[in-house]
Design a protein around this ligand. Structure first.
Ligand code: G3P
Ligand code: CA
Length: 302
């Protein structure tokens, strides 16, 4: 391809497999991450929650209810099924259910058989990293990882994410790690932990695009921060795609910040081009999608 990109670096925008190939297979599972890699993801995305006994697991929600069969196997605790009220051993007995729009009830994808025995269990962050290392070694690739420190925000969780990355060898720029959080305090903590540990990774502030008094910024879970404030502690922003404009991207690039969009859920290739193409023309640096294949097709068509 002879494409010229308007991204911050001039490199191709990154396709981030949001919760794996979550449009097709049970989200945040090794099976879903394996399919995402096969479909051409540049990065796989796990959200990170912490169990009662302090283990990090790949799980989007604060509770286990939406994505697993927990309600069939356990009684509620404290009136609900919070991840933090269950041990890792208990969570390992659960099966993750298909929830994506194009997923099948029997968790299959045409032409794909997961390589592991139990593809739809809840993996620990360590297991995701070990799996990614093995995939990259087997395929000769360098697929990256884009972990999100999810609410409830917790300095212990942030420190454990960094420790897990370090112990699995994800500590240089070549390892392609991008950390993300909706909480500005968590972004600050992650950046400072990287520095303390001598590690290289990008860090993205998540939230919604907002213009206040003529100044662009991002509204995260702990309030509005200007792009300038964000640029002092992060390398990029991850923002809801509906708010992205060309002038926002230009303002971010002017401060050296990359812009990643979440979350594209096109249900066809045509829809993917219609949603994503205009923002790539404006210089979008990457995007999260549940449909890795459609995202890959749009980028590769340039
Ligand atoms: O991390 C970007 C995007 O994943 C944010 O939304 O709720 O899917 O984590 P969410
Ligand atoms: Ca996320």
């Amino acid at each position: 391809h002879a494409a010229t990109w308007n991204t911050l670096t001039g490199e191709a925008p990154i396709v981030v497999a949001h919760r794996g190939a979550s449009g097709y297979l049970p989200e945040e599972t090794l099976g879903s991450y394996e399919l995402a890699i096969k479909l051409g993801a540049d990065y796989i995305e796990p959200d990170v929650q912490m169990t009662k006994d302090g283990h990090l697991v790949a799980m989007h929600d604060t509770t286990l209810t939406r994505t697993t069969d927990v309600a069939d196997l356990f009684e509620p605790r404290n009136g609900t099924y919070n991840v933090k009220d269950f041990t890792l051993a208990e969570i390992k007995t659960l099966t993750v259910k298909p929830t994506g729009a194009l997923s099948r009830p029997d968790s299959t994808y045409p032409g794909f058989t997961p390589s592991m025995a139990d593809p739809y269990k809840v993996p620990t962050l360590d297991e995701v990293l070990v799996f990614l290392n093995a995939q990259n070694a087997a395929n000769g690739t360098s697929v990256g990882i884009y972990p999100e420190a999810k609410a409830p925000f917790d300095a212990e969780k942030e420190a454990k994410i960094i420790a897990s990355l370090k112990s699995n060898g994800f500590d240089t720029a070549a390892d392609k790690v991008i950390l993300q959080s909706f909480a500005h305090q968590s972004v600050i903590n992650l950046t400072s932990l990287l520095e303390t540990n001598g590690m290289e990774a990008e860090v993205a502030q998540l939230g919604s695009v907002r213009l206040e008094d003529g100044i662009y910024g991002v509204n995260g879970s702990d309030g509005f921060r200007t792009l300038e404030q964000i640029a002092s502690v992060a390398t990029g922003v991850g923002v809801s795609y509906g708010g992205i404009t060309e002038s926002f991207i230009q303002a971010a690039h002017g401060l050296g910040l990359k812009v990643h969009a979440y979350t594209f859920r096109p249900l066809s290739e045509d829809e993917a081009f219609a949603m994503i193409q205009p923002m790539l023309d404006w210089g979008l640096d990457g995007f999260f999608t549940d449909y890795t294949d459609f995202g890959r097709t749009v980028v590769d068509a340039q």
